[in-house]
Design a protein around this ligand. Sequence first.
Ligand code: 5GP
Ligand code: ZN
Length: 115
Amino acid sequence: MSEDCLFCKIASGEMNADMVMENDQVLAFRDINPQAPTHVLVIPRAHIPTLNDLTPDNATVISEMYLAAQEIARQEGISEAGYRTVFNCNSAAGQTVFHLHLHVLGGRQLDWPPG
Ligand code: 5GP
Ligand code: ZN
């Protein structure tokens, strides 16, 4: 846990979030500023700041995050219509919270390419 990290605080229960699922490795909650009818963030319990900080030792969490995304899409009823999963890495991509997170977006037609 990193002391000043918002998502570590959500993971520890110190801060509230609208939880969607959790297991021993990852948790998922609704984005506070949703960009689509379904906008869920999947995070590892471990504090990994950005995609650049993945290593062979911690990278298995990525498959756990995608399995969670798949389950969330099913629960939200958007699996068949379609959904998008996004990692933003660092400032040019718009990363604002420096605890790794996977955006799961769906429930409407999503623009491509993104702006
Ligand atoms: P990023 O821009 O870093 O890829 O995504 C961070 C996301 O976290 C944003 O979509 C933002 O709306 C969301 N967010 C920021 N603070 C909070 C919060 O306190 N609770 C929740 N649920 N989402 C948050
Ligand atoms: Zn953190």
